[in-house]
Structures are given as C-alpha cells and as structure tokens.
Design a protein around this ligand. Structure first.
Ligand code: ADP
Ligand code: MG
Length: 350
C-alpha cells in the first residue's frame, strides 16, 4: 500500500478528570471534529509533513529530536517505532484537522493515534488498538514531555458518537455506555484559552504531587484508595486536597454510570457540578474564565449541570441541558463571556 487516508475524532470527557494517571476511571465520548491524515510512502528515508496554519516540517528517519513544537508529536511516533525495532521508510504526511488545539479536546491524541494507525497499516506492523494507544501515550510522555495518562489515546481509538467509554485506566478494560436513550443536549464550549500541557507546567506538577502523596501513604497508586479507604488526613494540606479530588472523582465516575443507567439527568448534572468544584478548589486546575462559564450555567434551570473538561488551565467546558435548549443557552453565555473577557468562546459540535 502506497497511500493511506485515516480519520480520527477528538473526544470530550464527561467525568473522571485527572484520574487516568492515577489508575482510575474516566468516561469520554467522541466529538464530531476530526483530524484527517494522508500518508504517502516514499522510496527514501525522508519524512515530510504539512499541516494546516501553513505548518511544514521535514526530517530524516532516525534523526528525530524533540524541538518543543508541534512536530514533536510526529517525530515522536517514528522515534518510538524505530526504538521498538519496527522497519519504516520515508513518508509524505498531509494533515487537516478541525479539532481546536490546546482546548482539552485531544487534538494531540487524534494526531498521534491517526499517524500511528496509518503507519501500522502502511507497513503492516500488526499493532493492536491498545498497542497503538500505549505508543501514543509514550510519544507524549517520552518525547513531547507531557506526562499525560492513557485516557485521550484510548478515547480517540475507541469512542463512538452517542456512547461513552467507561474505561478503567489501570487494566484498560472498558464498557460502552449507551447515551442514545437519554434526552439531553451536551453543550461543549471552547473558552478560547489554550492550555500548554507539554510545557513544564501545572499538569506535570499535579502528577508529581500525586506521586509524592503515594510515597507518603506508601501505596503504589491512588487507585488503591477506591478499594481500601485510607486515612489521608495527615498529608500536607496541598497533597490532601489533591488526593481528595482523585478519590472523590473516581467515586463520581461510578455514580455517573449509575445515574445514566437510571436515566437520572438531575443526578448526573449534580455530579458534573461537584466534579468542577473539586477540580477548581481542591485540584486547582481551573482558571477564572472557565469558572465564570460554569457559574453562568447555574443561572439556567434548563441546565442539569456542567464542568470544565480536559486537563484544565484553559480549554473547554461542558453542560448537560434539557433537550433542545443547549444552543440557545450557549449563545447567550458566549455573549456574556465576550463582554466580560473580550475573548471569543465557540460551540463545539458533539
Ligand atoms: P489538546 O490535545 O487538548 O488539543 P495538547 O496541548 O495536548 O492539547 O496538544 C495540542 C498540540 O498538539 C498543539 O499545540 C500542536 O503542537 C499539536 N497538534 C495538534 N493537532 C495538530 C495538527 N493538526 N497539526 C499540527 N500539530 C498539531
Ligand atoms: Mg492533548
């Protein structure tokens, strides 16, 4: 095969935030925005890449090195495949994406998973879907320098519209949760403020804090708290807050599954609001613009609940509304947001 086309979709996480690198549970679903990748085989060892916003880059296979820019997500893929002794040759890559970047909707995973899928097919590498997801995570962890968990790569690989992926990130077992029978609108608003997960920043710092808490509690992972409640009151205050979030968020994911099964949208919405408070107050990964959007939701009785989604420090928010109400309310909130912050927020199609 000399030419391959692959399409991947972004994802939005309904609940279960900052649990994935702690061996916990998450509940993402797919969004309609996507990344399309065309790959053409070359007869030499050159990789050429063109992506939207006039970005282009080229390098020789085997000469990969992180440059702290967008091309790391691609150089990281061939770097790891070569490190794992897979045989590759040169390629021309053309990328076109409608997923806003740095908005908590997984443009990075859509890119690296799409490229990995395409290369897997083109060079018949026989990688499984889970192998591809794990390699995608390693691209971010080992090459880009973003210590992300496995949620985004699994979500991009498995999520379908109208279904949520109830994923156990410890053993990658999962269940598809049907959302089609629930009568709601899922509103997704991109705040227009980009985060930077790859920089040495709050995200990696949160990971270190969780690791430090595990060290002090003498447990391998915060997942353990779900099975064997431990008193973590003796931790330093900041770590106590971080652990409190992870512990309660894992419980909320399970409660959310129950609420979906009971078709109890009020309960599901209340869980989203609680998740947001926990992320904002205890995990401290929200920003004033995002808190404003979630506070605005509370003015509308037609909204069951909402929260920030994705890693935080900017990005997007979600709200569950009564069926048929979402667009109208989102437009009003976006106007108010513009008036306050002079920043354009946009609706993302679910
Ligand atoms: P998110 O995954 O939430 O969108 P990240 O910070 O994890 O945010 O990833 C965004 C980064 O991924 C961008 O800044 C860019 O470097 C890279 N990226 C994503 N999509 C593309 C694309 N279509 N073309 C080039 N680089 C991309
Ligand atoms: Mg990302």
């Amino acid at each position: 095969m000399n030419e391959i086309k692959i399409k991947t979709h972004g994802r939005v996480n309904l609940i279960g935030e900052h649990t994935d690198y702690n061996g916990g549970w998450v509940l993402p679903t797919s969004i309609s925005q996507s990344t399309e990748i065309k790959i053409k085989k070359r007869s030499d060892d050159l990789i050429t890449i063109r992506s939207s916003a006039n970005r282009s880059h080229q390098y020789q296979l085997g000469q990969e090195a992180p440059k702290k820019t967008w091309s790391d997500y691609l150089e990281g893929v061939t770097f790891l495949l070569l490190k794992e002794k897979y045989k590759l040759q040169g390629m021309d890559l053309e990328i076109h994406s409608t997923i806003p970047e740095g908005s908590g909707l997984s443009s990075s995973a859509a890119l690296e998973i799409g490229v990995l899928k395409g290369i897997n097919e083109m060079f018949q590498l026989n990688l499984s879907i889970n192998d591809i997801a794990k390699l995608g995570q390693r691209v971010e962890n080992e090459f880009v320098g973003a210590r992300v968990g496995i949620m985004d790569q699994m979500a991009v690989s498995y999520c379908q519209p109208n279904t949520a992926l109830f994923l156990d990130t410890q053993n990658l077992s999962s269940e598809m949760i049907d959302l089609a029978d629930l009568k709601f609108d899922l509103v997704i608003i991109n705040s227009g403020i980009k985060h930077q997960l790859s920089a040495e920043n709050g995200y990696n710092q949160r990971r270190r804090e969780c690791e430090e808490a595990c060290r002090l509690l003498n447990i391998p992972s915060l997942r353990l708290l779900h099975h064997k409640p431990l008193n973590f009151d003796s931790l330093p205050l900041v770590l106590k807050k971080r652990v409190g979030h992870v512990y309660s968020e894992n419980q909320r994911v399970h409660s959310a599954i129950e609420a979906i099964r009971k078709k109890d949208l009020k309960e599901l919405g209340a869980l989203l609001y609680k998740s947001h408070s926990s992320l904002s107050i205890d995990y401290q990964v929200s920003i004033p613009e995002i808190d404003f959007l979630v506070d605005e939701f509370k003015n509308y009785p037609q909204i069951y609940g909402g929260r920030m989604t994705g890693g935080g420090f900017g990005g997007s928010v979600i709200a569950l509304t009564e069926k048929g109400e979402g667009k109208n309310i989102a437009d009003k909130i976006i106007s108010k947001y513009w008036a306050k912050f002079n920043t354009q927020a946009t609706i993302i199609n679910y």
